[in-house]
Write a protein of this length. Structure first.
Length: 132
């Protein structure tokens, strides 16, 4: 039986699994690995802190996450498809690993991030529905 996201170790498991999925993804992997050339040992602890801050009230996160994405967008335009795929991978990773109110909050917060940022990069708003 799955448990909810309760501890820093749960956040680390979620983020590690999610970014393993991102790196293997045919759309997102090349953006993260080849264009952004993410320094994973440096990036992952920042993401642990970010999600721990959002979900468990952690206090270690400092940063401006959207600016890094603007910088990336200037080199490799981010599209609605990128944001939709990111959201799908994040939410499916949460569903694969956890169940409970904090897991639901994680999925909602990822949705909110995606839907808030998508128009800033790709124009328009709202998640694209299949066939549209």
């Amino acid at each position: 039986m799955k448990h909810d996201i309760e501890h820093r170790a749960d956040i680390e498991r979620l983020i590690n699994t999610f970014y393993d999925n991102v790196q293997a993804d045919s759309l997102l992997g090349p953006v993260f690995n080849d264009v952004a050339r993410v320094d994973w040992p440096k990036h992952l602890p920042v993401m642990y802190n970010f999600w721990e801050f959002l979900l468990l009230g952690g206090t270690q996160y400092q940063g401006n996450p959207i600016q890094k994405h603007f910088d990336l967008h200037a080199v490799h335009p981010l599209t609605a498809e990128h944001f939709d795929r990111w959201l799908h991978l994040f939410q499916s990773t949460v569903d694969d690993l956890f169940a409970g109110p904090v897991a639901d909050d994680a999925k909602f917060r990822a949705f909110a991030i995606s839907e808030t940022w998508k128009p800033k990069f790709a124009g328009g708003h709202g998640m694209r529905l299949p066939g549209n």
